[in-house]
Write a protein that binds this ligand. Structure first.
Ligand SMILES: *Cc1c(COP(=O)(O)O)cnc(C)c1O
Length: 221
């Protein structure tokens, strides 16, 4: 776990990129400690963990969902989720819109784009997203707001490969900004970078990094 000083060094190193502290499988005491350093953005990859921790920790935390979301679970987080990084289908987006409407709020989200060929990495195929954007009307969904894109690079030491995968995400954002999402003023975020590759991601223009073990240390369960 980072000391207070190391935490501030990391924040400085990240420059304008927002740190989402990935707290999955970390003891809750560590989240509380980071909270006491002044940190407010936390990410979890499971709905159940989000729900439990949201109930236990202070109300001013911004909770981010960074893992795959099943449609039938959107209702559990719709009232307070800050940002969903992992929208990978139109049906999911429609469900988020529907649940957000029930709470009379607008939920911010990112489209997760598949930029790695690793089977385990989920996300939208860019071509599928482009096709969905042309056949559906995003502006008809009044309770969601697209803030940008998220991508996960392959788990590799090969820096060139990581760079070329993040480059795909940057290109995707540029293409989408010129076309279907051109009217979306708030399409500014690029969620890319984890403990192993955040320096590369920040250098390439990431606006949000999702760092777990690099903040909290090894996951404890
Ligand atoms: C676990 C996870 C991270 C953080 O991983 P670390 O290697 O611990 O930094 C980032 N993004 C997603 C989607 C994750 O599931």
């Amino acid at each position: 776990m980072l000391s207070h000083t190391e935490y501030h060094q990391l924040i400085e190193e990240l420059d304008k990129s927002t740190l989402v502290a990935v707290s999955k499988r970390q003891e809750i005491d560590r989240l509380q400690l980071l909270y006491d350093y002044g940190h407010r953005d936390y990410g979890e990859n499971r709905v159940q963990a989000l729900v439990e921790r949201h109930a236990e920790l202070p109300r001013d935390i911004h909770w981010h969902l960074i893992g795959q979301l099943q449609r039938n679970k959107v209702k559990y987080i719709a009232e307070w989720i800050h940002l969903i990084h992992s929208v990978d289908s139109w049906k999911l987006l429609q469900e988020i819109d529907k649940q957000a409407a029930k709470h009379d709020r607008v939920i911010d989200f990112l489209f997760q784009i598949k930029i790695s060929d690793e089977e385990s990495k989920s996300g939208y195929d860019l071509s599928q997203l482009q096709s969905d954007l042309s056949t559906h009307d995003l502006s008809a969904l009044h309770h969601v707001r697209c803030r940008g894109l998220m991508g996960m690079a392959s788990f590799t030491q090969d820096e060139q490969q990581i760079r070329s995968e993040y480059q795909r995400l940057i290109e995707a954002k540029r293409e989408l900004s010129q076309t279907e999402l051109s009217e979306c003023q708030s399409f500014t975020e690029l969620s890319m970078g984890m403990s192993g590759d955040y320096k590369i991601a920040v250098e390439m223009g990431s606006t949000m990094v999702r760092i777990g073990s690099g903040v909290f240390g090894q996951r404890t369960y």
